[in-house]
Design a protein around this ligand. Structure first.
Ligand code: BES
Ligand code: MN
Ligand code: ZN
Length: 495
């Protein structure tokens, strides 16, 4: 999908469809006024007759208007003017694009940037429009013999009453990069486990590196053995697929500038191992590599934007399968950091691969490390699909990530990492055990990771509830690529 932005008036704009807003009660948005005049007050007439109420979710598609340049006009309901805020704006975008995608329009001109949204500026509105546009045309049916017809919509013009400045143009450019990153994350997430293996992820990382001037390094199991990553390796023992440790380096700033390291859980299928999961919905454990996918997506977005910072992506990737060689409950392994771990449940494998990847990350002398993982079912219970669980050993970093998430509508919510929870990981036989019981499952998982991140500023994003949707709408969401990318954009600005 192609986006552009310019000053233009809707009545003179040639387009397959012009999109205008109407508030509940029939009040036309400012940009719709001149259009209405030129079209002989057709819009006000339709509103007066009750054909368009302006209620949120309502819309009216009008064909063949006389006097105006566009072939159609789509009126979209904005709801009550005094309630028109961020959520209403985003809901309106979703329904506008859904309606446009039911038409044969290949292009559309949206006059929505000038709508007054409480506490939000033009850059925000532009970002949301572009993200909603990409989201609306995303499909993942490439494996069907006869994929459904793709939406016709290709080109979107954002019409503004004033000439858009560099801030507006930057916002659009950045939003498109974020959307590309999200699409990559969705594509990888939606692939089945028999295609998207650790080897496949490593190949995709190499391709991304070749096309976007990144440096890729892939460590094999024998390399990991040399490094003493026996916690990571304990997870792959039951699998026929070799584990990989993928590193991507993006250099957008001086060598001396310390990088942000993104560490993504890349479990390409999590059966639970010997502590095997119940059969229902086990297919969804192909999504257990969505943390890895979001790292690749964010790296793509950063490279596309050419951000002036250094970023490293680290992806420990493995399957978690049961076989005769698989790790067993009660097994004790040694991590790269030297701590011994009693594996009481082989299904708590994410933390086992992440802890070694986090230890490994220290070699990049990071300014900040952020890990992203579909780590705990408990996080789905706590926050559902609305917010990602956020943990950090530094509140300033937590705040920056929360802000980046709320700006991009890719929300996160902070949960505690207090010492009181650490004792749940005490083991009778090793330095720690890999589970902390049912109580506060997401917190104790984060506590486990915190033992390996003492040397740097660190945050952990538990995306178990937000990385994909279940049921009829099953599919990867591309989250938290917007949050991560927005955070990195903010850093590039502040340095
Ligand atoms: N990948 C899962 C977490 C998960 C489960 C994400 C369901 C989304 C939906 C993770 O590896 C896991 O199995 N965690 C266990 C940990 C438990 C054994 C302490 C869990 O959450 O049940
Ligand atoms: Mn598991
Ligand atoms: Zn898992």
């Amino acid at each position: 999908m192609e986006f552009s932005i310019k000053q233009s008036s809707p009545e003179n704009q040639r387009s397959a469809c012009v999109v205008l807003g109407v508030f509940e009660g029939g009040l036309l948005a400012p940009s719709a006024h001149s259009f209405d005049e030129t079209a002989n007050h057709l819009l006000s007439d339709l509103i007066a007759r009750g054909d368009m109420t302006g209620k949120s979710g309502s819309s009216l598609l009008i064909h063949a208007l006389s006097g105006v340049a566009a072939e159609r006009v789509l009126l979209v309901g904005l709801g009550k003017q005094n309630e028109f805020g961020a959520k209403q704006f985003i809901d309106m975008l979703r329904s506008s694009f859904a309606t446009l995608n039911k038409t044969i329009c290949k292009d559309a001109a949206l006059y929505l940037v000038d709508l007054p949204v409480k506490d939000r500026d033009d850059a925000w509105k532009i970002t949301q429009i572009a993200l909603a546009g990409f989201e609306s045309v995303y499909r993942s049916d490439g494996m069907k013999s006869k994929p459904a017809d793709k939406p016709a919509l290709r080109k979107i013009l954002l019409g503004c009453s004033k000439k858009p400045g560099s801030q507006a143009k930057d916002a659009l450019h950045q939003a498109v990069a974020i959307a590309h990153g999200m699409n990559l994350a969705k594509d990888l997430g939606n692939l089945p486990g028999n295609i998207c293996t650790p080897t496949y992820l490593a190949e995709q990382a190499r391709k991304l590196a070749d096309s976007h001037k990144l440096k890729a390094t892939i460590l094999e199991e024998k390399d990991m053995e040399k490094l003493g990553m026996f916690s990571l390796l304990s997870v792959t023992r039951g699998s026929r697929q070799p584990a990989k440790l993928i590193t991507l380096e993006y250099k957008g700033a001086d060598k001396k500038q310390k990088p942000v390291v993104l560490v993504g859980k890349g479990l390409t299928f999590d059966s639970g191992g010997i502590s095997i999961k119940p059969a229902a919905e086990m297919d969804e454990m192909k999504y257990d590599m969505c943390g890895a996918a979001s790292v690749l997506g964010a790296m793509l977005a950063v490279a596309e934007m050419g951000l002036k910072i250094n970023v490293v992506g680290v992806i420990p990737s493995s399957e978690n399968m049961p076989d005769g060689a698989a790790s067993k409950p009660g097994d004790i392994v040694k991590s790269m950091a030297g701590h011994t771990i009693e594996i009481l449940n082989t299904d708590a494998e994410g933390r086992l691969i992440l802890c070694d990847a986090l230890t490994y990350s220290a070699r990049f002398e990071p300014d900040t490390v952020i890990d992203i993982a579909t780590l705990t079912g408990a996080c789905v219970i706590a926050l559902g699909g609305v917010a990602t669980g956020l943990f950090s050993n530094q509140d300033e970093l937590a705040k920056e990530l929360l802000d980046a998430g709320s700006y991009t509508n890719d929300k996160a919510w902070q949960l505690p990492l207090w010492d009181e929870y650490q004792q749940q990981l005490d083991s009778n036989f090793a330095d720690m055990q890999n589970i902390g019981g049912r109580a506060a499952g997401s917190v104790t998982a984060a506590c486990f990771l915190s033992r390996f991140t003492k040397e740097y500023r660190w945050a952990h994003l538990d995306i178990a509830g937000t990385a994909w949707k279940s049921g009829k709408e099953k599919g990867a969401t591309g989250r938290p690529v917007p949050l991560l990318t927005q955070y990195l954009i903010g850093r590039a600005k502040s340095i």
